[in-house]
Design a protein around this ligand. Structure first.
Ligand code: COA
Length: 245
């Protein structure tokens, strides 16, 4: 699939790679990128051939430096722009993708950038990565999930410190607090992401999807309901295996 202004979408075998592609402005998230992402995410979700998705950023300096402030300060009004964004609801779509998603992160990962990374299941980063949430300093709050996804990933206190003080986090701290799964040299970033993706893609796709669903949905459930969910998803798999034999 091609023809996107702000993204590159590549599919090779069973792995989809999405590259945020506005390197001249550090891949900042604008309305065009929202619309392109919506299409690409729908395509990934609906394509049974895609087993794993990888998200990365073009250029040397950033995965994504947040929302496009030039648009934010012009387009009809921030309130209307945000309303449209909610209606399109890229972020719910992102969080509902059944296949595992890997974020391959380098350089600045700010604002919407960290929110995209948090919509992914596994985060691999380079040594030069810098995370931050500048929104509160700009008089707004994140609206692409970070107030919910970040504390679920690094805990409430650390998330609030990032949000309220714009504390920037480097790769070592990100690894230590569980914001990233691993750190790799810059020239090995995509290789590491693809190796991991290929490994996941080599497994039974239903087992992979059910395992993701059990963890992602289970995290928001009381333990007893989470265990029920696991039981249901496990027996669904046994049913599939049984039908094959
Ligand atoms: N919106 C629009 N354009 C942006 C941008 C943003 N959020 N962040 C960077 N850019 C543009 C710059 O205007 C510049 O464009 P230009 O070359 O036409 O002047 C280009 O991207 C490169 O950025 P620059 O600031 O020159 O790079 P730097 O290495 O000196 O600084 C940052 C990098 C990330 C520290 C700095 O760009 C920054 O603070 N950006 C804003 C981050 C932010 O507040 N994001 C919003 C979160 S809601």
């Amino acid at each position: 699939m091609s023809g996107f202004e702000s993204l590159i979408y590549e599919k090779s075998d069973d792995i989809a790679q999405v590259t945020l592609n506005r390197p001249e402005v550090l891949n900042v998230y604008n309305i065009q990128m929202r619309d392109d992402l919506y299409q690409v995410l729908s395509a990934i979700r609906d394509d049974p051939e895609v087993r794993v998705g990888i998200f990365t950023g073009a250029g040397d300096k950033a995965f994504c430096a947040g929302a496009d402030l030039s648009e934010f300060l012009t387009a009809p009004s921030p309130v209307v722009a945000r309303q449209v964004r909610w209606e399109r609801d890229v972020w719910s779509l992102f969080l509902s993708i059944p296949q595992p998603l890997i974020a391959a992160l380098h350089g600045y990962v700010l604002g919407s950038g960290i929110e995209i990374a948090l919509c992914c299941d596994i985060r691999i980063a380079t040594e030069d990565v810098r995370f931050g949430l500048p929104e509160v300093g700009l008089g707004i709050i994140p609206a692409a999930g970070a107030t919910q996804t970040l504390p679920r990933t690094i805990g409430r206190g650390r998330a609030l410190e990032m949000l309220l003080t714009n504390h920037r986090i480097d790769s070592e701290e990100a690894y230590r607090i569980g914001l990233v799964n691993r750190i790799v040299p810059k020239d090995k970033l995509l290789q590491a992401a693809h190796e991991m993706a290929r490994k996941i893609a080599s497994y039974n796709p239903i087992a992979v999807r059910n395992a993701k669903q059990a963890v992602v949905r289970g995290c928001d459930l009381p333990l007893a309901e989470g265990l029920d969910l696991e039981k249901r998803l496990a027996s669904e798999l046994l049913g599939v295996a049984g039908r094959k034999t």
